[in-house]
Design a protein around this ligand. Structure first.
Ligand code: GLU
Length: 421
């Protein structure tokens, strides 16, 4: 494994947390490596009759606390290191929120925007065919991630039902409502982060009207912009993979949402309502109070961390801040609400979906929101307290909080268990 591997970087956070807990070194040894990663080559028929193959993975990082849980990403740059790191983060995220799950993740190395809808469906079904042996409601439960959505989850759920010969909705979450999806799953990632910021606003000394910059305008970015504007804040900058727009007076989020709904980039709104084009690379350093990275890993790094003007960073993406940038941000007094807490709303409502599927009784949207808020505030407060008591960053506090739970579970399995072998 190279020095720069994403997993090596992620493990830096594990070591930082371990230094604050008196736990058996065996626990750390166990959490340093994924339990199993399966790689396959998916072959599908393209619309023109040709056959094409795509690399795909599923990683079950750790299942000590329950079946592995985590999304499936479709991305041209996906690789095994990224999948394993994302699965490591899921392990800690589920422990942070006290969900009865371990951590997993999957990916297909593909740019889904180059596929027709029929090709995308064949690829999604091929993924489920390849991994059905290791997936299951008590074993490994996928969900959406970058460039996958409820439609894809629906196809995968349907494929799994055909393979096992019965409906098994709890095998995958983030499904369409018509196939047993949960109300409130669509905006859950952003909503969890929103509740967290609101809950800690007083402790963090946040103003009632913040200027916000959002990097990445996909599922998480769009919903957080909408929720924050609805709460009296102003979104001054937004970027997506093809550009960025800025307005000192506040962008018109409804205009941005409409552009995205029509398949257009945020830059297409330039010129409307005072929206100015800016370089997407400059978004991180925009003058604002709250910066929300909601795109991919490593977006805030050693070269741009010192340009951050925000006082608070809410990590809706997984792994957007490198360990070097963490140190630089802390030096500048910037508080980072870490991914494994800040974006855990998604997997928390996935958990609600799985529970509803298994009990066959469905909750109202209000019940979902209440339960999500209760868990977010409970765990957010506990992590805030750890960070005060130990005088550590919110990230280290979140890892300490999760690691305590993981260690307890590893020990409870006993030394002769398959789970601790
Ligand atoms: N992909 C999301 C994440 O990274 C959600 C995972 C899930 O719902 O299982 O947290």
């Amino acid at each position: 494994m190279s020095e720069e591997s994403l997993l090596d970087n992620a493990l830096v956070r594990l070591d930082a947390a371990a230094a604050h807990l008196n736990i058996d070194p065996d626990v750390i040894e166990k959490l340093k490596f994924p339990r199993e990663t399966t790689k396959v080559r998916l072959m599908i028929r393209m619309d023109d009759g040709s056959r094409k193959s795509f690399l795909a993975w599923r990683c079950r990082y750790d299942d000590t606390r329950g079946p592995t849980k985590g999304g499936i990403r479709f991305h041209p740059e996906a690789d095994v290191d990224e999948v394993e790191t994302l699965a490591f983060w899921m392990t800690f995220k589920c422990a942070v929120m006290n969900l009865p799950y371990g951590g997993g993740k999957g990916a297909v190395q593909v740019d889904p925007r180059t596929l027709s809808k029929a090709e995308l469906e064949r690829l999604s079904r091929a993924y489920m065919q390849a991994f059905a042996r290791i997936i299951g409601p008590d074993r490994d439960i996928p969900a959406p991630d970058v460039y996958t959505n409820s439609m894809i989850m629906g196809w995968m759920a349907d494929e799994y039902a055909q393979i096992v010969g019965r409906a098994e909705p709890a095998v995958i979450t983030g499904k369409p409502i018509a196939l047993g999806g949960s109300l409130g799953r669509g905006d859950a990632t952003a909503r969890g982060g929103f509740y967290l910021v609101r809950h800690l606003a007083e402790d963090l000394g946040l103003s009632k009207s913040m200027r916000v910059a959002v990097q990445g305008f996909g599922n998480a970015g769009q919903h957080i912009a909408r929720l924050l504007v609805g709460d009296g804040h102003k979104v001054v900058a937004v970027s997506d993979s093809s550009g960025a727009v800025y307005s000192k007076e506040g962008l018109h989020v409804d205009v941005l949402l409409e552009a995205k709904a029509n398949g257009k980039p945020v830059s297409s709104t330039a010129g409307q309502g005072g929206h100015e084009l800016i370089d997407a690379k400059d978004l991180v350093g925009v003058d604002c109070d709250l910066l929300v990275p909601a795109a991919l890993e490593n977006m805030i790094h050693s070269k741009n961390a010192k340009t951050v003007k925000a006082k608070l960073v809410l990590e809706l993406a997984n792994g957007p801040v490198t360990p070097e940038a963490d140190a630089l941000l802390a030096e500048s007094g910037v508080v980072v609400l870490p991914d494994i807490l800040a974006n855990a709303g998604g997997v928390t409502v996935s958990y609600f979906e799985w529970v509803q599927n298994r009990q066959g009784y469905y909750w109202t949207e209000e019940e979902i929101h209440d339960r999500l808020r209760t868990i977010t505030e409970r765990e957010g407060r506990a992590i805030w307290n750890v960070s005060r008591e130990k005088d550590v960053t919110m990230r280290t506090a979140a890892y300490v909080h999760a690691l305590g739970r993981l260690a307890e579970a590893i020990e409870a399995h006993g030394t002769q268990s398959f789970f601790t072998s």
